[in-house]
Design a protein around this ligand. Structure first.
Ligand SMILES: *Cc1c(COP(=O)(O)O)cnc(C)c1O
Length: 363
């Protein structure tokens, strides 16, 4: 499908590369344009790039009432050649369709998703923020627009992509966070929607996030609904590292979101020079391992931070368990460095992980 360009007049668009003073932060800014495409009468239609701005939507739009809405999150980086490169965007497109399946949203051809995002980055490439560690954060999402108040899959949807010029996640160095081990709140149950980036999952996590903050933690370590196994660290996959450097990530089940960062770490094991394994992890075994010193580091994997080291855990009764010396460990730092070097093009990663955004003729 051909993408239609309805661009802002040149005078209203950014005309020089974005060189912000100071860190632009995460997710605050927007670029000049967005991509949109609609689904009705059984097909995705009318792909277009339009000025960033409000939607017109019926108050009865089903996404607003029943939460039929999903999203993705990806990053693009500028390399030394001045070109912009996406990082494993094909994996995001693939996962968008898995999320779509879980909440009965029609799939979008992966190639079309990639074409849409590449075209949008190309149009707004001057918005790439020229600062150390910066990226263009890409947010594709799909939501039900049909004006109908019965609970059933909608017949109309919009696919939209917006972008946010974002600054480095960390300042000088990584910092360690504390997680609340919650036996009260759960993120997902088997047979539910935990394996999708469905909007409602994140609304459902807010209360647990507030409880974490009340305990002086920044996020929740979610357990499975029997409180026996470790699942996720907020909106990141959880991991820990043994004395011998082995990285262990909970096995992907239908209650764990398949993180592209985690999958990448698994594939990078040879380059990282360590074993990376997935297994079911009992909370009790994990805590015993941390206390005995068998487990020396832990953290979360996700696109926003890449790696978020965990320095300590707190239980709901106030008991604190510290990992190693509670500071950022060597292994985590090395993983972070190698991963971000690949993203920034300072190091060769596996074939096809970084893809140059083509410069197109705008019809
Ligand atoms: C998005 C997300 C992750 C991280 O996935 P990445 O593809 O690495 O960004 C992990 N867990 C949850 C619940 C998420 O929503």
């Amino acid at each position: 499908m051909e993408i239609k360009y309805q661009l802002k007049p040149a005078a209203e668009r950014r005309s020089e590369q974005f060189c912000p003073e100071g860190n632009v932060g995460f997710g605050r800014l927007r670029t000049d344009h967005m991509f949109m495409m609609d689904y009705y009468d059984g097909e995705w239609r009318d792909p277009r790039i339009v000025p960033y701005g409000p939607f017109e939507m019926a108050p009865g739009a089903m996404a607003l009432h029943y939460g039929q809405s999903i999203f993705e999150g990806a990053k693009a980086f500028m390399h030394e050649d001045g070109e912009i490169y996406t990082f494993r965007l094909n994996k995001n497109a693939e996962r968008m369709n898995r999320s779509a399946d879980i909440v009965c949203i029609p799939n979008i051809d992966e190639a079309m998703q990639l074409k849409a995002i590449n075209a949008l980055i190309d149009v707004d490439r001057l918005w790439f923020p020229m600062q150390d560690g910066a990226c263009l954060y890409i947010r594709p999402f799909i939501f039900a627009t049909e004006d109908r108040l019965s609970v059933s899959p909608a017949n109309r949807y919009t696919f939209c992509v917006v972008m946010s010029p974002s600054g480095a996640y960390y300042g000088e160095s990584l910092n360690a966070i504390r997680l609340l081990i919650s036996k009260e709140f759960h993120r997902a149950v088997s047979g539910g929607t935990g394996a999708s980036k469905a909007a409602g999952n994140y609304a459902a996590s807010l209360r647990a996030g507030k409880a974490a903050v009340a305990h002086g933690a920044s996020q929740v370590l979610y357990l499975d609904s029997t409180n026996e196994y470790i699942e996720e660290a907020g909106a990141m996959n959880h991991f820990h590292i043994l004395k011998d450097g082995t990285v262990i990530i909970p096995e992907f089940t239908d209650t764990i979101l398949k993180s592209i960062t985690s999958q990448s770490i698994i594939e990078l094991a040879p380059l990282l020079g360590c074993d990376v394994r997935q297994e079911q992890i009992k909370l009790d075994d994990f805590i015993a391992g941390v206390e005995s010193g068998e487990i020396i580091e832990a953290g979360g994997f996700g696109t926003a931070a890449v790696v978020s080291p965990v320095g300590s855990y707190i239980f709901e009764d106030g008991r604190v368990v510290t990992v190693g010396d509670g500071k950022v460990g060597e292994h985590v730092s090395r993983i972070y460095r190698i991963f971000t070097e690949i993203q920034k093009g300072h190091r060769q990663g596996p074939q096809g992980w970084v893809c140059k955004v083509p410069r197109l003729e705008k019809a």
